[in-house]
Design a protein around this ligand. Sequence first.
Ligand SMILES: [Zn+2]
Length: 473
Amino acid sequence: MFLGDGMSVPTLAAARTLLGQNQGRTGEESQLSFEDFPTVGLAKTYCVNEQIPDSACTATAYLCGVKNNHGTIGVTAAVPRRDCAASLDESTHLASIAEWALRDDRDVGIVTTTRITHASPAGTYAKVANRRWENDDRVVEDGQDPTICRDIAHQLVHMYPANQFKVILGGGRREFRPNTTRDEENTRGRRTDGRDIIEEWQQLRAAQNVSYNYVWNREQLMNISESLPEYLLGLFEGSHMQYHLEANTTMEPTLTELTEIAIRSLSRNENGFFLFVESGRIDHAHHDNYVHLALDETLHLHAAVQRATELLSEEDSLVVVTADHAHVMAFNGYSPRGSSIIGRSNELGDDGVPYMTISYTNGPGARAQVDGVRVDVTNDSDIGSIWWRSHAEVPLEDETHGGDDVAVFARGPHHALFTGLYEQSRIPHLMGYAACIGPGLHYCSAAARSHAHLATIVVLTLVYLLNYSRMLK
Ligand SMILES: [Zn+2]
């Protein structure tokens, strides 16, 4: 499963245009790798208590198959946000499709460009009343006891199902390290319990007597890529991984490289695997109105999916690509074919001032009018820089998510199940059905078994009748 965090439908249209323009073409006619998958559907993203969702309740929907409250992960809507006590009731705990896979002897991996404890990847393993509880200090900040309500980093290393994950690749070392220490790249840890949970992960593997590696930069990752260990933990940044356009490519692997290593590692299990891959920073760039970065991060998801489809047979591997929620980026105006997707519209507003082909309904890119006139952003000194903010209408420190539906693309066994318009929480049930794992497993395997049984009975009966007819002769 591939997720573009915040990858709205207009983001797809703009990103494919940028892809073509990067290749010297007009652009609009381009296709992202997953846009030619045979099945496309739409998912409704609202959560139980909010019209426009966040990445925590949506992760619970598309990974656990149940909608819940904004800001909560892996627990039902019976748990209000920050309610530690309510989240201790095991009847509120949800199993993700990663857990369904493990219970069927498949392997699991998670890959992201955000902190590995961030909401989307945490949806595969965490059961938590607040997505912000990434380390013990954040639990304390909310007045809760971190030895009772465990933080997400602790859950990743010490609790089921993540303590069984074979591949864990992303950012976020600071959530695992004491605040008295600085990590490999000088980021200060965030934990106040004095524990180094990366070290503990390695000790656990050593005690299991299995092969394992912890790596924190691209070179180390490439050095083990020919002889991958049974368990792999890679944390490449103190916090989120850098945007690809700003990343130091000798230190940080690309999403495509991470995806390839994860697939090669997990493919060693003959029973199969569940892999979750997130391009998580499309969302962050949108929140900052950094449109070039948002589109570029989308192109890295495109590249990672491309590589995955080269490595995985369409005969036996279901690949699903979707987004958790939309954003309020608008792709607007009437510019001629081939106009720069990150450039200005060829038209002026009724006020005589130019506007851009892409703008946002809200966010930090809002410019106050000067003498009652809208600012001409095409005169900005930093226009063209990746850090230039697109224009936004409503001033907000953080651009918001959108409430629109998101696209779901599917390729491989049972891909046609993903057609239509449905609740986002249906997605893991469809994947589970296709893979014969999860709550549908009994039905699925029982049906398969009874069919096999029926076939055996039919064959034996035919053999008997054949022999009986011979005897009569
Ligand atoms: Zn967001």
